[in-house]
Design a protein around this ligand. Structure first.
Ligand SMILES: Cc1cc2nc3c(=O)[nH]c(=O)nc-3n(C[C@H](O)[C@H](O)[C@H](O)COP(=O)(O)OP(=O)(O)OC[C@H]3O[C@@H](n4cnc5c(N)ncnc54)[C@H](O)[C@@H]3O)c2cc1C
Length: 396
């Protein structure tokens, strides 16, 4: 009988599943504190939601549009500062090589200011951080004699997520592992690690940060809580030689931005406008791609009639946000972590909240007295590839 190869066995302090921003940021923090780690990724680094996000480092201003901020949303108010320090190479991680796309995100009201802005300007997340801009201080795309309306500058950064993922992958050193088949590894009733393809990986703690993949991983462990929810979006991308950078929430009459525009560099040197906000939600999700593109063309035609889009290329992207299920369909505005014995599972709920997600894992490790242990260096593990930016995939 042919012998069955024995699986190779690895030991590590923390085994992380999923290499999006949550898993990679956590990994870098843990390694900096001396923990040994392995991060398993079944597809590409950042290729889930992270590199498909708009890269806005929210400070909670958008949510303040709903009215007064909840206590929890104060956590998000500190995120721009933490990212700013990291981007300057002086924070909890050295992200000085990450490309900053914009120092600010703007609120743009095309007509008169809607009534709900009163509570918005009174809320703590925006107090003292919002300035009206005019003339040459306006975003380039709005500097046109035809532009009417008001623009406010928010102290929220916009980053180039592919360069963030690349930097976090560098900080991961040898800890990344490409793995497809993942099964729990028990000793009696206790989870002691995971079997990843032909390897057994034993760990003091297992962290599931696999975004939308968490649901299936929990199912494979017969765990029924926490419950995940998906929020579908139908985003629009437009690339063209006439586009100028624009990072703005365009306000409509309602509590949500009518359209949120971010601008990203394509590999061929052109700019890509990435359109989310209300356009990409309920009605947008119901539309077929051609109808969604037609709706986006109409929106941009109304809002920015001076922009020549005759040579532009268009695409749409359907993508779900994966989050913990919360009551009343209120959007979670801090990172979420559930921990029991050796297992932790969570969702940052926003790219901006990846530092908060890592804080929660570190706090759980400290609470449980989990400390770094000496481990031999990892050598020659198969590495997952970096994700190709979504605009270069859809608008080559
Ligand atoms: C269109 C869009 C725009 C957004 N814009 C913003 C924004 O401007 N600002 C902001 O703060 N947030 C934004 N978000 C939210 C943000 O993108 C997410 O909250 C964040 O990226 C989630 O990170 P994550 O690491 O948890 O998940 P992901 O980035 O989805 O990463 C999960 C990883 O796990 C891997 N995986 C899945 N299953 C398995 C498995 N079984 N085994 C191994 N690996 C597995 C996946 O391949 C993936 O790489 C946006 C989201 C969307 C969809």
């Amino acid at each position: 009988m042919p012998s069955v190869p024995t699986p190779s066995i690895l030991n590590t302090d923390v085994l992380i599943v999923g290499a999006g921003v949550a898993g990679l940021w956590l990994n870098a923090r843990l390694r900096r504190q001396g923990f040994s780690t392995v991060v398993v990724e079944s597809a590409s680094l950042g290729g889930g939601q992270s590199t498909k996000s708009q890269g806005i480092i929210h400070g909670g201003a958008k949510y303040a549009l709903h009215g007064a901020l909840s206590g929890a949303s104060e956590a998000i108010a500190d995120m721009p500062r933490r990212w700013r320090e990291a981007l300057a190479g002086k924070g909890e991680l050295d992200l000085s090589s990450v490309r900053l796309l914009s120092e600010a995100h703007y609120l743009w009201s095309p007509g008169t200011i809607a009534g709900n802005l009163t509570s918005f300007f009174a809320s703590k997340a925006v107090r003292g951080r919002v300035d009206q801009v005019t003339g040459t201080d306006l975003p380039l795309a709005l500097q046109d004699p035809g532009f009417k309306g008001k623009v406010y500058r928010l102290a929220e950064l916009v980053i180039d997520v592919p360069s963030l993922i690349q930097r976090l992958a560098e900080l991961a050193g040898e800890s990344l592992l490409a793995g497809e088949k993942i099964e729990p590894l028990y000793s009696g009733e206790e989870l002691v690690g995971l079997r990843v393809d032909d390897r057994e990986i034993r760990a003091q703690r297992v962290v599931l940060s696999a975004g939308a993949g968490n649901a299936q991983l929990l199912k494979s462990m017969n765990i029924t809580f926490p419950i995940m929810q998906r929020r579908p979006l139908h985003m629009v991308m437009v690339k063209g030689p006439t586009l100028k950078p624009l990072y703005a929430h365009c306000l409509g009459g309602g509590p949500k931005p009518r359209v949120t525009v971010t601008t990203h560099p394509a590999a061929d040197g052109q700019w890509v406008w990435y359109l989310g906000g209300d356009l990409s939600e309920a009605d947008g999700v119901a539309r077929e791609p051609a109808a969604q593109i037609a709706a986006a063309k109409k929106e941009l035609g109304n809002l920015l009639p001076w922009v020549d889009l005759s040579q532009a290329q268009w695409a749409t992207l359907r993508i779900d946000r994966a989050e913990p299920a919360v009551s009343g369909l209120v959007r979670p505005d801090n990172a979420y972590l559930w921990a029991q014995k050796s297992l932790m599972v969570g969702w940052p709920t926003k790219l901006a909240l990846a530092p908060d997600f890592a804080d929660r894992v570190l706090a759980a490790l400290a609470r449980d007295g989990v400390h770094p242990t000496p481990q031999p260096p990892l050598i020659g593990l198969p590495k997952p590839p970096l994700a190709t930016p979504i605009w270069d995939q859809l608008l080559p």
